[in-house]
Design a protein. Structure first.
Length: 274
């Protein structure tokens, strides 16, 4: 049953049998057969086959997805508990946005390992919107983002403040900007509009590449002050000060992860969110 639910979850998220087959590394007929068997076992239709490549879900399919993601999480956790019974390791998958993961997360990981020595950590680097989507799909346990995004069944907690600065000559450019779903993109476009800047914009989906180009004297960009160390930069106004946020699901079934989140929030509070 759990194998069929895993297949159902991927089909539901991709809305495509062949794409699901690619992600699951199995043949498309196998995916179709597993979904049909799951529908037969439950006595309901989960998808509408309309002859198009992208399929639609039924209300029963929507309900099953909402309920099954937690069930699958608990099943995976049970398997991990059984596999690590001797050393009682707790596995945690963290999604983190670019600036936070490079300039803040390393110190936090060191502290976490000291306080929770039996913690096994996997870190996924992605932009802020991707972190939220991964949390919603139960692909990560919690995440750190750079913009105040929110979603149903999700909690958001402010952590440390982050001051944005400008590096390079804004009147010369070219402007090195992150992708639209990144945390700093909004602030960059606000600055460009406020100052009626017409210079070329180069979209770069990686913060470290932007910093490397700036160190070579190429281009102009708005980046975190943490990333601008060693560069000539200019402080921006308080309008360009933001927070890094911790995001979690509204319910966490694992006690160890709840303790982990509580500890992270307490640390941020003790340091004054600076």
């Amino acid at each position: 049953m759990f194998k069929y639910l895993e297949t159902f979850k991927v089909v539901y998220e991709t809305k495509h049998f062949s794409k699901a087959a690619e992600l699951l590394f199995i043949a498309q007929p196998t995916v179709s057969a597993q979904i049909k068997q799951l529908e037969a076992d439950l006595g309901v239709a989960l998808f509408i086959r309309n002859g198009r490549q992208e399929i639609e879900t039924t209300p029963q399919g929507d309900l099953l997805y909402q309920k099954s993601v937690n069930l699958l999480d608990e099943w995976r956790e049970l398997k991990l508990d059984l596999q690590h019974e001797k050393n009682q390791m707790t596995h945690c998958v963290i999604g983190a946005s670019h600036t936070y993961s490079i300039y803040v997360l390393p110190d936090l990981i060191i502290q976490l390992k000291r306080v929770f020595p039996k913690l096994s950590i996997t870190i996924k680097l992605m932009n802020s919107l991707a972190v939220v989507e991964a949390l919603n799909k139960h692909e990560i346990d919690f995440g750190f983002i750079e913009k105040p995004l929110s979603m149903k069944h999700m909690h958001r907690f402010p952590l440390v403040k982050d001051q944005l600065v400008i590096v390079g000559n804004p009147e010369i450019g070219p402007w090195l900007v992150r992708e639209e779903t990144s945390g700093v993109y909004y602030y960059t476009q606000r600055f460009i509009e406020e100052h009626d800047i017409k210079q070329e914009q180069v979209s770069i989906h990686n913060n470290e590449i932007i910093v490397a180009l700036l160190k070579e004297g190429y281009g102009c960009s708005i980046i975190s002050e943490r990333a601008a160390q060693g560069l000539d930069y200019k402080h921006l106004s308080e309008k360009y000060q933001r927070h890094f946020y911790l995001i979690t699901r509204d319910q966490e079934s694992r006690d160890e992860l709840s303790k982990l989140v509580t500890w992270i929030r307490r640390q941020a509070k003790d340091t004054g969110s600076n």
